[in-house]
Ligand binder design. Structure first.
Ligand SMILES: NC(=O)c1ccc[n+]([C@@H]2O[C@H](COP(=O)([O-])OP(=O)(O)OC[C@H]3O[C@@H](n4cnc5c(N)ncnc54)[C@H](OP(=O)(O)O)[C@@H]3O)[C@@H](O)[C@H]2O)c1
Length: 348
């Protein structure tokens, strides 16, 4: 099998989740190819779990810094990640598979970008926490949160209560018991990348969950359009993650809050109108509740609630305080700036 990345190790166990069978062929074909791979350089070994959209920004930012070896953990080969800077490790996200990868690579930090609205999220993160705890060197874990204000809106979006609740509790218990793994939940509000056309960003379309349709240039606003909303560029989040690597062990806050811009959807639409001549279409949240068995509608209603409750706007004092303490000198772009960059350049 061709792979532009440095090597592939297949340390997955044989009991694959049936949902993942689509990926099992490529996994099976390399499963026996376990190569010894202790880090041969003085570089810090960074492990990334989940070869998705946000992970691309972190990979690109890590590549700009010669101090890091990048090890990607995924269920299958993903074309974009097939690059010389990346060592790929196929997994089924079981604890034993993850532990083997962490120990053979010598990873010291694990960033998860797993995106799942079912039990896969808790399952994989619980395995990551256990694997880090039992590993020789991986004592830092950044779970895949990337939401909004957990100080005032810990219950939103509501679908996260069953999907994220268990691992959040496990992380807190781990800390309370003096466990060895330091963790932090990174939250940036909305990724503002969705203001930029699809072909110029890494984030796939969110469909109706994102209020502004960048194909039709119409907006379906949740709430009154006057509630506070927070946005941050995906690349700025990645840059902040690099800074977090450099923060001394045991100095991470439990929650990190980032925010490139804050405003209302009405304001944001004015900015977008200036750029793209978008029109506004208003829609009342109430109509989502007339069909309670419709899961996509329910998820959309939960995400709308995340918008109009102000949960995407991070606590301003914490954002500012952490910016000073953890991210001095780091530029966080505004929505207008990111649209401008999108217009000027091929990609944000
Ligand atoms: N606030 C916002 O605006 C916003 C927007 C988007 C995402 N997010 C959050 O950011 C994080 C990363 O999201 P992303 O968009 O970068 O992720 P993504 O590209 O959708 O997926 C990341 C990885 O998650 C795994 N995955 C995806 N769908 C799955 C499924 N149905 N079942 C099991 N595993 C699945 C895959 O891992 P493998 O590589 O192993 O296949 C995939 O590479 C998530 O926590 C997400 O909720 C926030």
């Amino acid at each position: 099998m061709y792979c532009g990345c440095k090597y592939i190790s297949g340390s997955a166990s044989t009991s694959l989740n049936p949902e993942l069978q689509g990926d099992s062929e490529s996994l099976g074909s390399v499963r026996s190819e376990v190569l010894p791979m202790a880090s041969t350089s003085n570089k810090q070994v960074v492990a990334i779990a989940g070869a998705g959209d946000t992970a691309k920004y972190l990979v690109e930012e890590l590549e700009k810094d010669s101090n890091y070896d990048i090890h990607l953990i995924s269920r299958a080969e993903r074309p974009w990640f097939n690059r010389p800077s990346i060592s790929l490790h196929l997994t089924d996200y079981s604890e034993s598979s993850l532990l083997s990868i962490l120990n053979t690579t010598g990873a010291t930090i694990l960033f998860s970008f797993i995106h799942s609205n079912d039990h896969f999220y808790n399952d994989t993160h619980l395995a990551m926490l256990a694997a880090c705890a039992n590993s020789m060197a991986c004592k830092r874990l950044v779970p895949s949160e990337y939401g909004g204000d957990l100080v005032n809106h810990a219950d939103k979006p509501r679908m996260y209560i069953p999907t994220h609740g268990k691992i959040r509790r496990a992380l807190r218990e781990h800390k309370a018991k003096g466990g060895p793994v330091e963790w932090t939940l990174v939250n940036q509000g909305w990724f503002m990348d969705y203001f930029v056309p699809l072909e110029k960003r890494y984030f796939k379309s969110l469909g109706p969950v994102w209020p502004l349709d960048t194909d039709a240039w119409e907006a379906h606003l949740p709430g009154t359009g006057e509630e506070q909303i927070g946005w941050t560029a995906g690349r700025d989040v990645a840059r902040a993650l690099l800074r977090l690597i450099q923060v001394p062990y045991r100095e991470w806050p439990e929650e990190v809050y980032l925010q490139g811009d804050v405003g209302t959807w009405h304001q944001a639409l004015t900015w977008a109108e200036e750029f793209y001549a978008a029109s506004q279409v208003y829609q009342d949240i109430v109509e989502y509740h007339d069909d309670p068995d419709n899961v996509p509608k329910l998820l959309k209603a939960y995400m709308d609630e995340w918008n109009f409750s102000g949960a995407s706007a991070n606590p301003r004092e914490i954002v500012e305080e952490q910016r000073e303490q953890l991210f001095p000198g780091l530029l966080f772009h505004t929505v207008k700036e990111i649209m401008e960059i999108g217009k000027r350049t091929g990609h944000i």
